[in-house]
Design a binder for this molecule. Structure first.
Ligand code: 5GP
Length: 176
């Protein structure tokens, strides 16, 4: 059990639904006639990605990818590693990496560098949230759901110590 007393709702369930559908419609237009592989980055992007793909009206493959960014508390140390790799070759395919949130940009930067070596036809990034205030490296984010301020966010896949992923909205957590 937990109390939601310290979570302030920032993006409602309805706002998420509307925006996710718009993003999927854009992706449907952009990936016509292309061999699309949608990659959900575990665990945070799982909820977003599962809603997103259900509105992409194209044949596609879905993969999952495990990435660990070492953290101390709510802060990233900047080190990233692959903890679970894709199961299929990427050569010639159009890769769409789906992230929950781009914060410092280090995770996405690492993934672009890692996957470029596998010679996909293209790599694009689709992030539900982007927190520009904390950017440390510049990475092009092709599709962004919402630009957010510098709060620690939970819900709709995002956790704090593995909790709150199942909240249907995005909220700011106040750690007390
Ligand atoms: P980056 O490498 O861009 O700094 O961070 C990417 C990862 O850090 C995200 O995929 C997410 O797992 C985690 N992260 C960054 N900001 C937040 C946040 O506000 N809340 C949560 N729960 N995770 C975050």
């Amino acid at each position: 059990m937990y109390s939601d007393a310290h979570i302030k709702m920032l993006i409602s369930e309805d706002q998420l639904k509307t925006r996710v559908r718009e993003m999927a419609e854009q992706l449907t237009r952009d990936y016509q006639e292309k061999e699309l592989v949608v990659v959900a980055i575990l665990k945070g992007a799982l909820v977003f990605c599962s809603d997103l793909i259900r509105h992409i009206a194209l044949p596609l493959e879905m993969e999952v990818l495990g990435v660990s960014s070492y953290t101390s508390g709510t802060e990233t140390t900047g080190e990233v590693r692959l903890s679970f790799d894709l199961t299929k070759p990427l050569a010639g395919k159009h890769l769409l990496l789906v992230e929950d949130i781009v914060d410092t940009g280090l995770t996405v930067d690492f993934l672009i560098n890692t996957f470029q070596a596998r010679k996909p036809a293209s790599i694009r990034i689709c992030a539900l949230l982007q927190k520009p205030a904390r950017k440390r490296v510049h990475v092009p984010i092709d599709y962004v759901g919402f630009v957010v301020e510098d709060h620690f966010l939970v819900g709709y896949g995002l956790d704090y110590a593995e909790r709150y992923r199942n909240l249907p909205f995005i909220g700011a957590l106040k750690v007390v």
